[in-house]
Design a protein around this ligand. Structure first.
Ligand SMILES: Nc1ncnc2c1ncn2[C@@H]1O[C@H](COP(=O)(O)OP(=O)(O)OP(=O)(O)O)[C@@H](O)[C@H]1O
Ligand SMILES: [Mg+2]
Length: 498
């Protein structure tokens, strides 16, 4: 009998124009937390969609506990004990926690739903996962935070007697505290014999929580190892196929004295008295905890939300930006953190998306020049290493990280004078991060001013000329380069300053 509980052997999958999996092997032991890593587009999610019965493979085997499996649909995989916690959570928003947990296998008595029994059964699972941290089991889950909804999703997986839980980038939109809570849940599940497959681009994090790791590159299996035997450099080397000596380009700092954006005592329902200056050629980091109001400030500057008071002065002139189109006319671009719902036209192709914010540049006398559109798209496909058969690919068909790259490319190509980038490298692999940083540095050199909202302190420190720190809707500090350190930023971010 094999020492492995789950084996995926020589798995193939092809999409039109894309060989996504070219004979991949994945071997997972019972009760381990197994990381699956690789660059954007390497095939991780595709492999997991085959394991969860969502896609059919074009060849290869799935073996669980020594038994060959064929999954015709997701139900077959669920019946075999495989559950998936998707990035886009699969809960029904207006149903309660209890109803969501038992959705599809409700408990009935004389053909009526047995509410009492359901509360007992689902309640036990919810207790096990949440340890009392959910506000209520009988409230619609749409009132819950992402982390709380994720707990309900895990309880739901357990209700199907899952033995294998797949988590595809589960910490993407969690705060540091919420990540710790998720890790406690994972440790408990593991102690109780659950097998977990964990996909993430956050390498430190997976070194902490995972026992073993399998690396994929370009649709192929590359290596596996116990995490205790390897380090971050090993992960990077195997992921990108070469050594990477620097995480950040050497920044030369091109800040001029010219103030392009002067924000004075700006307030809205989400923040109070926010003041800062942005200079020409500057990369201004915005640090703070999730919920500190950074994104809300950016939404006001871009005209998505309204300010209640305060002033915004653009190149010396007071402006009143109350719509994104007027922000764009004023040379302001905004790559949002939420690529799925706000950043992209998922049903349109890459080149249309990339040129969407750059119309003046690619259009001649009001007509879009398709040559310019194609050239811009191809430039960014190559510079950001967007994995795709061509610029005609529909964005829906791109991997998560490659969709994020298209959102960035769209704004990098836009000729904006001021670029607001909200969590620009979320979900992006380590190699492509470097390319994005390089592009940001080039833009700053060309005189573009960049505001970078980021929850990753090394990135804030590595890239910024100055850092604005926010806490509970207020600016608590503006730091110069010589004062940058994770400790200082965290002190201001947690509000522990006079
Ligand atoms: N439905 C689809 N149609 C066409 N191509 C697809 C489809 N789904 C995935 N692909 C392609 O298959 C390849 C692997 O994608 P996959 O989503 O598995 O990558 P990934 O490793 O999960 O990347 P990421 O880290 O960015 O999430 C990519 O080139 C992607 O564009
Ligand atoms: Mg993916």
């Amino acid at each position: 009998m094999s020492q492995y509980y789950l084996e995926m052997i020589d798995v193939f999958k092809e999409f039109p124009g894309v060989k996504a999996l070219k004979g991949v092997n994945l071997k997972v032991k019972k009760g381990e937390v197994h990381a699956l890593i690789g660059e954007n587009g390497a095939g991780k999610s595709t492999l997991m969609k085959i394991l969860s019965g969502l896609y059919h493979s074009d060849g290869g085997k799935i073996r669980i506990n020594g038994e060959d499996m064929t999954f015709q649909n997701p139900q077959d995989a669920i019946n075999a004990g495989v559950a998936t916690i998707y990035q886009e959570l699969s809960l029904v928003p207006h149903l309660t926690a209890v109803q969501n947990v038992l959705l599809g296998h409700e408990i009935a008595k004389y053909k009526f739903i047995d509410g009492k029994r359901e509360k007992e059964v689902a309640g036990k699972l919810l207790d096990y996962v949440s340890r009392g941290s959910l506000p209520s089991y009988s409230e619609p889950v749409m009132h819950f935070s992402v982390a709380q909804q994720q707990m309900v999703d895990i309880a739901k997986a357990l209700s199907y007697n899952a033995n294998i839980i797949i988590m595809d980038e589960p910490t993407d939109s969690l705060t540091d505290n919420e990540i710790e809570v998720l890790f406690e849940i994972i440790r408990k599940l593991k102690a109780d014999g659950m097998t977990i497959i964990y996909i993430s681009h956050r390498l430190e994090e997976l070194m902490e929580i995972c026992d073993r790791v399998t690396v994929m590159r370009d649709g192929e299996y590359i290596a596996d190892a116990d995490t205790k035997d390897i380090d971050k450099a090993w992960l990077i080397r195997n992921m990108i196929g070469r050594e990477m000596t620097n995480s950040y380009p050497e920044r030369k700092h091109y800040v001029s004295e010219e103030i392009v954006l002067d924000v004075k005592k700006l307030s809205s329902s989400a923040f109070t008295d926010v003041s800062f200056e942005l200079k020409r050629g500057e990369i201004l980091g915005f640090a703070g905890l999730v919920g500190s109001g950074r994104t809300e400030v950016m939404r006001v500057l871009f005209g998505v939300d309204k300010a209640e008071s305060g002033e915004v002065i653009l190149e010396g002139n007071p402006v009143n930006i109350h719509h994104p189109s007027s922000a764009v006319e004023n040379g302001i671009g905004f790559a949002t953190e939420d690529r799925k719902t706000e950043g992209l036209f998922l049903n349109l192709d890459i080149k249309t998306n990339i040129s969407a914010a750059a119309l003046p540049k690619v259009s001649k006398k009001g007509f879009i020049s398709s040559g310019a559109e194609t050239a811009a798209a191809d430039k960014y496909i190559s510079e950001l290493r967007i994995v795709t058969p061509g610029n005609y690919q529909i964005c829906k068909n791109l991997s998560g990280g490659n969709q994020q790259k298209v959102v960035l490319a769209k704004w990098l190509a836009s000729d904006s004078k001021i670029l607001i980038l909200d969590e620009p490298t979320r979900g992006i692999d380590v190699g492509a991060k470097y390319e994005i940083y390089t592009l940001m540095d080039n833009l700053a050199q060309a005189g573009v001013s960049i505001i970078m909202v980021s929850s990753e302190l090394p990135e804030v420190i590595g890239m910024s000329d100055r850092v604005v720190v926010m806490h509970e809707g207020r600016v608590t500090g503006i730091l110069e380069r010589e004062d940058f350190s994770e400790e200082t930023i965290m002190t201001y971010a947690s509000g522990h300053v006079n």
